[in-house]
Design a protein around this ligand. Structure first.
Ligand code: SF4
Length: 349
């Protein structure tokens, strides 16, 4: 099945429409191991490294994809769309105006945008995207979300290295849904058979910019930190809620996409905090690790009020900025190790 790629800075892209059109949704996530020189010919260096890497990937691979859809996300999205229009060769480029708000007007607008996307796909590929096909795609998406929830719940009970969870997330966002569904079944069995949560590790919640490469997750393991909860888009935001059942499948999608836990790019801060509070109530953690990728303004701006609110509730929170690089970040590792040590001293004292 051919891939239809999408540019999505959060979880805004209605994947079920891509699936109903007969394509495999592919989230462009770049490759941290490749130099961003190709993209940097067209972009200023103050765009975050992640999004620059997405353009690098598109410049090299867009011809393998049936097309590219942009879903409105952070401020990167509009500028990238303009640049990709000129420099990325693709037979199909579509702008999906995912609304920022979630009230009645936004829901109406969401429907218009869904219909516009459907018409454009139908016309381009000479297909018919029927309500039945969308309903079938919703069923498959929900199946993946349920399995991911089950899998992710094992992080606080079993010995699951941080990289294993991120690997599972990346696979679910880039590989064909049917393949992923069968793979998740076997992963759930394997993870269940793993030893118990290691006694020397601390349980943490991770928040902030999306992590897209496993090397960074290894650094956390090296510092004695296990991520057992998160609110990332390449993470829990993707499977926190299921797509509801409605007579009209477009209504199901509107309900779902306007109701998922909020990223920093969507109001309100309180709604974002609500998900964090809920996760922290469900799972006991030792600390919270908040981070933002360099030049990621939405999460950098949000981090101050979010972290102050969490600290006010008594949680131990650390915030760090990171580079977009697979190389071990010794400074970050030292600060994390010191934070963990302080926690231990606090517990013993
Ligand atoms: S890391 Fe931040 S700035 Fe970069 S694409 Fe994601 S939300 Fe936007």
């Amino acid at each position: 099945m051919k891939k239809l790629a999408y540019f999505d800075t959060s979880h805004e892209m209605p994947l079920e429409i891509i699936m109903a059109a007969g394509f495999s949704p592919y989230k462009i996530m770049g490759d941290v191991h490749q130099s961003n020189d190709p993209a940097d010919k067209y972009l200023s260096s103050f765009f975050c490294g992640a999004a620059r890497s997405w353009l690098t990937e598109a410049l090299a691979h867009a011809k393998e994809w049936a097309g590219i859809i942009f879903a409105q996300g952070c401020n990167n999205t509009n500028r990238h769309y303009d640049i990709w229009k000129v420099h990325v060769e693709t037979p199909f480029l579509h702008w999906f105006g995912a609304p920022l708000l979630d009230g009645d007007a936004a829901r109406k607008y969401y429907r218009v945008e869904l219909q516009r996307l459907i018409s454009h796909l139908e016309k381009q590929f000479d297909i018919k995207i029927t309500p039945e096909k969308i309903r079938e795609a919703i069923g498959k998406s929900n199946e993946i979300k349920k399995k991911l929830k089950q899998l992710s719940g094992l992080r606080s009970e079993k010995d699951i290295p941080n990289r294993d969870y991120l690997t599972a997330m990346i696979k679910c966002l880039t590989c064909p849904v049917d393949e992923v569904s069968a793979w998740l079944d076997s992963e759930i069995t394997l993870w269940n058979a793993r030893p118990a949560f290691p006694s020397g590790k601390k349980r943490f919640l991770l928040t902030g910019s999306d992590i897209t490469y496993v090397e960074w997750m290894d650094t956390l393991d090296d510092c004695g930190i296990r991520i057992v909860r998160d609110d990332l888009s390449v993470g829990e935001r993707f499977f926190a809620t299921l797509i509801p059942d409605a007579n009209d499948p477009l209504e199901s999608l509107i309900e779902y996409y306007t109701g998922i836990p909020k990223p920093a790019t969507r109001p309100t801060l309180q709604k974002r905090l609500d998900y964090l509070y809920q996760a922290l109530q469900e799972t006991k953690v030792d600390g919270i690790f908040s981070q933002n990728l360099k030049f990621c303004e939405p999460y950098a701006y949000d981090s101050v009020p979010v972290n102050n609110a969490l600290k006010a509730r008594g949680y131990k929170v650390i915030h760090l900025e990171r580079d977009f690089s697979p190389a071990a970040d010794q400074q970050l590792a030292n600060r994390l190790a010191a934070f963990v040590e302080m926690m231990e001293e606090g517990n013993n004292g």
